[in-house]
Design a protein around this ligand. Structure first.
Ligand SMILES: O=P(O)(O)OC[C@H]1O[C@H](OP(=O)(O)OP(=O)(O)O)[C@H](O)[C@@H]1O
Ligand SMILES: Nc1nc2[nH]cnc2c(=O)[nH]1
Length: 187
């Protein structure tokens, strides 16, 4: 029998929140998402797209966004992670690939944050390999810095962020704080 490993203690969310700045509150984000929905409807022009959510971080954004889009959608998700609860990224781990055939489809690729772009680039390239005819990247937020990998960008972006680690509205602080109804930035 293997000896159980004690869980790594997590830095407390309460301490992070006490010194964090609230960048965008829920009402502001809901307004931003409503506007994204209108713009996406215009781009789809009646076409039924595959709404592909990148788990886990995009879960909350995806739910709000889907309700803001009036065009009917087909839902699927991928699970790809490269931060795995840490505050800096490493190699991308695929935990779940799409099941809906993407051949000839328009894909709305939905994620919470475009930071260095490795995650969305890998998932976008995978959709193209699967034969998607058009991949529209939708990100709730994009971080402002000069570390973005070449060849990736959001077709639809909600808000721009300073170059600080953020959490809330789906995004985690050591796997905590995802259900905070706003976006917070660590000092
Ligand atoms: O642009 P990048 O530098 O690649 O970072 C962006 C990615 O990082 C987060 O995922 P994470 O790996 O933390 O997994 P999670 O979605 O489960 O939080 C976020 O949800 C994006 O998918
Ligand atoms: N929670 C969270 N996940 C990220 N993934 C890439 N950048 C970030 C960030 O600032 N916060």
């Amino acid at each position: 029998m293997t000896t159980p490993v004690a869980p790594t203690p997590m830095p407390p969310l309460s301490a992070a929140l006490a010194s964090a700045d609230l960048l965008f509150d829920r009402a502001t984000l809901e307004g931003v998402i409503a506007d994204l929905g209108r713009r996406i409807d215009a781009a789809l022009d009646g076409e039924r797209a595959v709404f592909l959510t990148v788990m886990n971080g995009a879960l909350i954004f995806a739910g709000h966004l889907a309700l803001a889009i009036r065009t009917d959608l087909e839902f699927d998700y991928v699970h790809a992670t490269r931060y795995r609860g840490a505050t800096s990224g490493s190699e991308l781990h695929w935990l779940r690939e799409p099941l809906v055939p993407l051949e000839g489809r328009t894909v709305l690729l939905v994620d919470d944050i475009l930071d260095e772009g490795h995650t969305l680039k890998a998932v976008r390239d995978d959709c193209v390999r699967r034969g998607a005819k058009r991949v529209l990247i939708v990100s709730l937020c994009t971080k402002q810095h000069d570390r973005l990998v070449d060849g990736i960008g959001a077709d639809f972006n909600g808000v721009e962020l300073p170059d600080r680690y953020v959490f809330g509205f789906g995004m985690d602080y050591h796997e905590q704080g995802r259900n905070l109804p706003g976006i917070y930035a660590l000092k």
